[in-house]
Design a protein around this ligand. Structure first.
Ligand code: SF4
Length: 426
């Protein structure tokens, strides 16, 4: 005989107010952290356009606990982290709920990042912050469909520059840090450039990207290093948040450097180009409105032209190589997965692994949040094929979730590094 239990139901208001033009004057927008270098510049773009904007500094255990309290734990780890971080900030007492708004990313595809804003609205309402506006940061913002946020072409261009410079600083610092002669000198140079670029964005000065990229590359070209290229290079690919967020991946870059490796992380702009090119790719297989396909191709073209300026600066460098193009990544993925895989990191994840191997970086850590189905398909799911095609591939996958033990992750990295060092000595 079955027993039925009547659980008391507590009705919570599920809608939070919209962010309006008046809110811009009084509310500080809180944004969860993802990639510290890029987001420092991203914050400057909003500040420059009159928004009070703050990127939250870090995630600690308490933030994860808050996430688990308000988001069902079978939802993927990044959702728990971003929601937890925002709710923890609100509960800290540091922010006046009447003068704060919360921003969260939202894609419009098949994976759960489409629901992040809803998760946050429900969590905010349950935690007693139902009167705090939630702003989904989605393609609607760029299209001007989000109330209170007016993103014009100038602001979009500055956002693009924030990620362009962020990628450059991230790539060059990862390449130099393991060999720095003076400890801390590379991170200091990153800080110096971040401050300069932030000032440049805040002062609203028009500047030449080629000029700035050339100066950044030059500074990293002349920084004093010892024992360059003596370490095995290790690529990090995987889900965007755990790939770039140091706390979400338990400081993976530092860990690999401590174990004797040099880290290579693909650019964030590749992810944006992958999203932007989705209509262009889809139209090869199904019907896509003409205008949507055109927008997609034009967007890719425009961003790649800006990246060309950085590529030219890197071509003149004696230490660094220029980044590839999104078209090249598409060609690398095509023989293995369909470029119609647009959920999560989709085909890009496979392409990044192939690109690393072809650049003679066969050591790869593929980071996956537990519960992330799309990336398990184009990440873990293609490993057999990659190992068949490239017999030097040394790839390990690491799951990240609130309950995964660091010891387990560490063991996998140590194993990967042992093989990488052995191969290097051969
Ligand atoms: S890609 Fe995976 S981890 Fe990221 S939001 Fe989608 S389902 Fe979650």
């Amino acid at each position: 005989m079955s027993t039925f239990i009547d659980y008391p139901t507590v009705k919570q208001p599920r809608r939070t107010p919209e962010f309006t033009a008046q809110d811009k004057e009084i509310r500080t927008i809180l944004c969860p952290q993802m990639a510290p270098i890029h987001f420092a510049l991203f914050q400057a773009v909003f500040e420059n356009h009159g928004y009070r904007f703050e990127v939250l500094p870090e995630v600690d255990r308490e933030a994860v606990e808050e996430g688990l309290r308000y988001v069902n734990n079978d939802v993927c780890y990044p959702a728990i982290i971003v929601v937890g971080q925002l709710i923890r900030a609100m509960k800290s007492g540091k922010y006046d709920p009447n003068k704060t708004a919360l921003m969260i990313s939202q894609t419009c595809g098949g994976c759960r990042s489409t629901n992040y804003a809803t998760f946050l609205k429900i969590a905010a309402a349950k935690a007693g912050f139902h009167h705090v506006p939630v702003i989904p940061f989605s393609v609607d913002i760029a299209n001007g469909n989000t109330k209170g946020i007016n993103v014009n072409f100038k602001m979009l261009k500055k956002m693009l520059l924030a990620f362009l410079y962020g990628d450059l600083l991230m790539t060059l610092s990862n390449c130099c840090r393991p060999y720095e002669t003076v400890q801390g000198s590379v991170n200091k140079l990153v800080e110096t450039w971040l401050k300069q670029l932030r000032d440049e964005i805040l002062r609203n000065k028009k500047h030449r990207v080629a000029d700035f990229a050339g100066r950044i590359v030059h500074d990293f070209d002349v920084i004093e290093l010892t024992g360059e290229q003596t370490r095995p290079r290790v690529g990090i690919v995987g889900e965007i948040l755990v790939k770039y967020h140091p706390e979400a991946n338990n400081h993976l870059i530092s860990l690999i450097e401590q174990e004797g490796g040099e880290v290579v992380v693909p650019n964030i702009l590749d992810f944006m180009l992958y999203c932007l090119s989705s209509d262009e790719q889809r139209k090869r297989y199904s019907h896509v409105p003409f205008l949507a396909g055109l927008k997609s191709s034009a967007g890719v073209w425009l961003i790649e032209r800006q990246r060309d300026k950085v590529r030219n600066a890197l071509k003149k460098s004696r230490r660094f190589a220029p980044m590839g193009t999104i078209r090249h990544l598409i060609r690398l993925a095509e023989p293995i997965v369909s470029t119609c895989n647009h959920t999560g990191e989709g085909w890009l994840l496979t392409a990044e692994m192939v690109e690393l191997i072809e650049q003679n970086i066969p050591n790869i850590v593929c980071v996956q949040p537990f519960g992330c189905l799309p990336n398990h398909i184009t990440g873990k799911g293609v490993l057999k094929e990659l190992r068949l095609r490239y017999n030097n591939a040394n790839i390990t996958t690491i799951d990240y979730d609130p309950g995964s033990t660091e010891v387990n992750q560490l063991n996998r990295i140590k194993l990967l590094m042992a093989v990488a060092l052995q191969n290097l000595s051969k």
